[in-house]
Design a protein around this ligand. Structure first.
Ligand code: AMP
Ligand code: ZN
Length: 492
């Protein structure tokens, strides 16, 4: 089998994957801030890493997949008086911050399970790792890359940059940096605007607070991921992932924190970033109102799409794009995915009806399997894998109509592998469409034939015949719908 290649955001290249420890892969992915329901964009990132997790497991690695829950420290924006998102929600809802956390953590798990996203091996929370975060701040201060002012501690970006290099992931120069880190309030205390808070002294009214050597306060957002990834995966681990929007400043700051303690040694082997889901061409984001919740798509109660779409179809739609490509969601795109998904489910359901023959014609099963793996090994290229699966669907359909034939061994292999890629790697399940038996196929063909005859009559202005056909079909429960795209039918 070919080598697995992974695109490393740090080098900007696809690299042959080699784990630090043989047969073991450590993956850390930044999880959600649980102050709200996750929108579909968030889900895209977790679906992308679900595929990656599944494939590593399949390759025989013992995978430790750590995905955190951010339940403190993630501020609303970068302004001086920005509020913690969870505290703000607790204040407006008049509930405890931990009630907010509980509510949206449960909702997050429920939503992800609808998408058939596997749970991670460890799901640590920021508030459960305050001691570890304080220890990291102490180490950074000891190494000379952080300073305390008025009970708050800041990372000294310029000093770090003098020793090592700040900005290598996002390819920024320190000179170009503007103060757009998600800083905690009290920016005026900082030596430089691009320094970021490691620990922040809490104002008297701030509810979420812990004791520390510097003040009663709370950790900066970037700190939690450094603390939890080091704790569960070690000083250096294989893969760190997250959405592309986290590359800067979050991941850049994580690198600085880890390297400050590690004397400049690399902390992550491969950085992986999944691209954004967009709506109307703009990043899906709760704060701008440009977002849609998974449940609104599943129940069809939204102002964007005329009909509902199942979690399977939405997951399939997401996987039809490569994780590094931008993906725009629209009704037309979802309808196309739904159509394709049904076709795929029908073909897999029909496998049990296929009769094997002495010889295989028209399809090289071994080569097909190798091509499927080739797609996955090329930086988890799910759209290519899906295109390969559709090649097999076409073949299965021609086996059904008797145009091609397949021998027993090839069939066994094809059946096993197509189901494996579909269920285990793409994480999809068959949706119960009216199963397409051979009989159904014939009915469909016959109706299409009648539609052709009716269309010919309409073309010839023979409306008496065309109306008669339409009305007769309706009496049989077959409803015709004419549109610019042609005539479609629905059986009631
Ligand atoms: P947050 O709760 O905002 O920290 O986001 C949780 C995860 O969702 C992070 O990995 C983000 O990068 C990711 N994310 C946020 N918005 C989008 C989007 N529109 N498309 C894809 N991923 C997103
Ligand atoms: Zn993180």
């Amino acid at each position: 089998m070919q080598n697995l290649k992974v695109y490393n955001s740090l080098s900007g290249k696809k690299e042959v994957f080699k784990s630090i420890e043989k047969k073991f892969v450590g993956i850390y992915v930044c999880g959600p801030t649980v102050y709200n329901k996750v929108h579909l964009g968030n889900c895209r990132t977790f679906i992308s890493f679900d595929l990656i997790y599944r494939y590593f497991k399949h390759l025989g690695y013992k995978v430790r997949y750590v995905r955190n829950i951010t339940d403190v420290g993630h501020l609303e924006d970068d302004s001086e008086n920005a509020e913690d998102r969870i505290i703000k929600k607790a204040r407006t809802e008049k509930i405890e911050p931990m009630e907010v956390v509980q509510l949206y953590t449960v909702d997050f798990h429920k939503t992800l399970s609808l998408f058939n996203i596997l749970p991670p091996s460890i799901e640590p929370s920021a508030t459960g790792h305050i001691i570890e975060q304080i220890e990291i701040v102490k180490s950074i201060i000891k190494k000379g890359y952080a300073y305390e002012i008025n009970g708050s501690v800041y990372f000294d970006v310029s000093k770090f940059d003098n020793s090592y290099k700040y900005g290598k992931l996002s390819k920024r120069n320190i000179e170009d940096l503007i103060s757009n880190t998600r800083n905690l309030d009290g920016q005026s205390d900082k030596k430089n605007p691009h320094d970021f808070a490691l620990w922040k002294k809490a104002e008297p009214q701030h509810i979420m607070r812990w004791k520390s050597p510097w003040s009663d306060g709370f950790p900066g957002w970037h700190l939690e991921c450094t603390a939890m990834s080091r704790k569960y995966l070690g000083e250096k681990f294989d893969i760190h992932g997250g959405g592309l929007d986290l590359k800067f400043p979050h991941h850049e700051c994580e690198i600085a924190q880890s390297e400050a303690i590690n004397d400049g040694k690399e902390c992550v082997r491969y950085w992986m970033h999944s691209n954004m889901l967009t709506l109307n061409g703009k990043k899906m984001s709760k704060s701008t109102g440009n977002s849609i919740l998974p449940e609104e798509i599943f129940n069809g109660k939204n102002s964007l799409f005329k009909k509902e779409f199942s979690p399977e179809v939405v997951r399939f739609f997401m996987l039809q794009a490569h994780y590094r490509s931008i993906l725009d969601i629209s009704e037309d795109a979802l309808l196309a995915s739904e159509k394709g998904y049904k076709k795929l489910c029908d073909a897999i359901s029909q496998l049990s009806e296929i009769e094997t023959n002495k010889e295989t014609t028209g399809f090289d099963v071994t080569k097909w399997i190798s091509n499927c793996y080739g797609a996955l090994n090329d930086d988890f290229n799910s759209p290519i894998l899906i295109a390969k699966i559709f090649d097999a669907v076409k073949y299965i359909n021609s086996l059904n109509t008797g145009i091609e034939s397949i021998n027993k061994n090839d069939f066994k292999l094809l059946e096993e592998k197509i189901k494996f890629f579909f269920h285990e790697i793409l994480g999809l399940n068959l949706i119960k469409s009216k199963s397409k038996t051979k009989e159904n196929n014939y009915i469909e063909e016959l109706i299409n034939l009648i539609i052709d005859i009716r269309n010919k009559a309409r073309f010839d202005n023979d409306f008496e015949t065309s109306d008669k056909i339409r009305d007769s079909l309706l009496k049989l429960g077959v409803k015709l719908k004419d549109s610019k795209k042609g005539t479609e039918f629905k059986i009631d």
